[in-house]
Design a protein around this ligand. Structure first.
Ligand code: NAD
Length: 349
């Protein structure tokens, strides 16, 4: 049985430890700088609690470590876990810059250690079915990928005081705005669907007084000649989207063989509705709707992480996948600042 350690017992960590527990792994040791948070989580599983992650990494009863701290703290903890020979599942984004993420992916390879980046949207059954269909559909010619997320506070007449702090609470906790928070998931999906883009043109937009982006757009030149249109937006409409709750995250993927439309569901309440996939077959004219039960993708993800770790298979998404997203975020941001189309410079090519 895999024995798991959790570093960081904040909001996302619940999805990790509950997912591991349901998958039959043992949550053995947990850590948070806030002792009460560590102890509360530990009490759920009869696990050990610490405020010092080095103690958790020194524990021979920990095989696999989930890193659930804010992204700026990932690198130090992930590199220490790799050095300790532990398998690692790191929350997204892998780090807050591509140079660090590259170093982390490289370190895991060199040590022969399992490293995964937890982009859980790959584990919606609808996403997995899309990937299976795409394998037979030929190269992507055109991809429209968007994440629109409701964030009414950013549209109030007066900017909220916490957003006027420097850095703002969003910048401090997430290292960026909607591009980093929501857009990273979509960039990860674009990469899995169509490979590494070759060029990007980015545009970030905010409002006066905010230190992070509220809207991010990009055109991405795809490896096989197609184009991806990307938009991440914290918008004010409470009832937009497939679930009519303001969450409006959709990918339209076109190939010569047909079209896939994928709609995901509100990330932290995934068990209200199932993600939806619609396949339009360009040859037969047949349209197929894949309606799945409302499942928690984190549960599927954690079970798959444990299975892969035990089987000696690579993490999925891997550390390298995490690096790709962070390189795309940096290049979209640089392209927006420079007002230019930029060629992607992949550090491992
Ligand atoms: N997959 C998703 O959709 C998704 C959604 C939200 C957040 N996230 C990611 O999850 C991560 C955590 O976000 P969150 O919202 O849970 O943040 P959070 O602030 O709620 O929790 C982070 C916890 O880590 C602890 N911590 C920080 N540094 C530490 C250290 N050195 N040692 C031990 N504990 C430490 C903090 O005390 C806090 O309890 C971020 O990387 C974020 O990008 C992913």
């Amino acid at each position: 049985m895999t024995r798991v350690g959790i570093v960081g017992c904040g909001s996302i960590s619940h999805f990790h430890h509950e997912g591991y527990h349901r998958a039959g792994a043992r949550v053995a040791h947990v850590c948070d700088l806030r002792r009460d948070a560590a102890e509360q989580t530990a009490a759920l599983y009869g696990a050990k609690a610490t405020t010092d992650y080095h103690q958790l990494l020194a524990d021979p009863e920990v095989d696999l470590v989930s890193v659930c701290t804010i992204s700026s703290a990932h690198k130090e903890i992930v590199l220490a876990a790799i050095a300790a020979g532990k398998g690692v599942v790191c929350e997204k984004t892998l780090s807050d810059n591509p140079a660090d993420s590259f170093e982390m992916a490289q370190a895991a390879d060199k040590a022969g250690v399992f490293l995964a980046t937890a982009y859980m949207k790959n584990y919606f059954p609808a996403t997995q079915q899309a990937m299976r269909l795409l394998a037979e559909m030929g190269p992507v010619t055109s991809l429209h990928a968007r994440t629109w997320q409701p964030y009414a506070m950013l549209w109030e007449d007066e900017l909220h005081p916490v957003l006027r702090e420097r850095p703002s609470v969003i910048a401090r906790n997430y290292g960026g705005g909607v591009l980093v928070c929501g857009g990273s998931h979509i960039l990860d999906l674009i990469h899995h669907i169509a490979g590494r883009p070759t060029r990007v043109c980015g545009q970030l937009q905010s409002r006066e007084g905010m230190d992070v982006d509220r809207q991010a757009n990009a055109l991405l030149w795809l490896r096989d000649g197609g184009m991806a249109h990307f938009e991440a937006f914290w918008h004010p409409m409470r009832h937009a989207g497939y679930e009519r709750n303001g969450w409006d995250e959709r990918l339209e993927i076109n190939t010569p063989a047909g079209r896939l439309n994928l709609s995901t569901v509100l990330w932290d309440h995934p068990t209200r509705n199932g993600a939806l996939l619609v396949h339009e077959d360009a040859v037969s004219g047949k349209t197929t709707e894949y309606r799945y039960p409302a499942v928690n993708p984190f549960d599927i993800e954690m079970a798959e992480m444990v299975r892969r770790f035990e089987a000696g298979e690579p993490g999925y998404p891997s550390g390298w996948d995490g690096y790709v997203v962070d390189e795309l975020i940096a290049t979209i941001t640089a392209g927006s600042e420079q007002g230019q189309v930029l060629a992607m410079q992949w550090r491992d090519e």
